[in-house]
Design a protein around this ligand. Sequence first.
Ligand SMILES: Cc1cc2nc3c(=O)[nH]c(=O)nc-3n(C[C@H](O)[C@H](O)[C@H](O)COP(=O)(O)O)c2cc1C
Length: 150
Amino acid sequence: MGSVSIFAGSVYGNAQHVAEEVQTMLEAEGISCEVFTDPDVSDFTDAESVLVITSTTGQGDIPPNLELFHAELRETFPLMDGKPFAVVGLGDSSYGESYCGGGRQFFELLNELQGKAISEMLEVDAMETLSPEEEVVPWVKTQIEALTQA
Ligand SMILES: Cc1cc2nc3c(=O)[nH]c(=O)nc-3n(C[C@H](O)[C@H](O)[C@H](O)COP(=O)(O)O)c2cc1C
């Protein structure tokens, strides 16, 4: 019933925790799922569907553990040919214009690579919730069909 590759970008562990909770839910739904925290391009090209769950650091920056991955995707530009993807951005709206910048950078890149966005990016604001998994897990659940339909 399809598989989902989750690419988790995290500095302090929030986004990684969310990714693991999403993995638990997907596996309970019978969908095979792997979480990558130090991915390379082949993990991306092998994926049936792509879910990026990333926080933002610095001023709108991608967390260090996904920085090289993002740069390599830009450089090698592996076209996705309509492969479904979704992006979840964890951020803090008090950062103003750089709110969820890490997630935005991935959302833009995956569109440029001609992936099929199954939805707008989900933004989760640390100013509003201390338990991002409570928003993200149910949201991903509503996206399963679109994410695994490839
Ligand atoms: C040094 C620092 C810089 C941050 N910069 C941004 C930012 O530019 N934009 C944003 O939306 N959130 C920013 N945040 C908020 C984090 O993205 C948010 O707290 C997130 O939940 C952290 O998740 P993580 O533990 O997975 O890294 C920043 C947090 C810190 C500590």
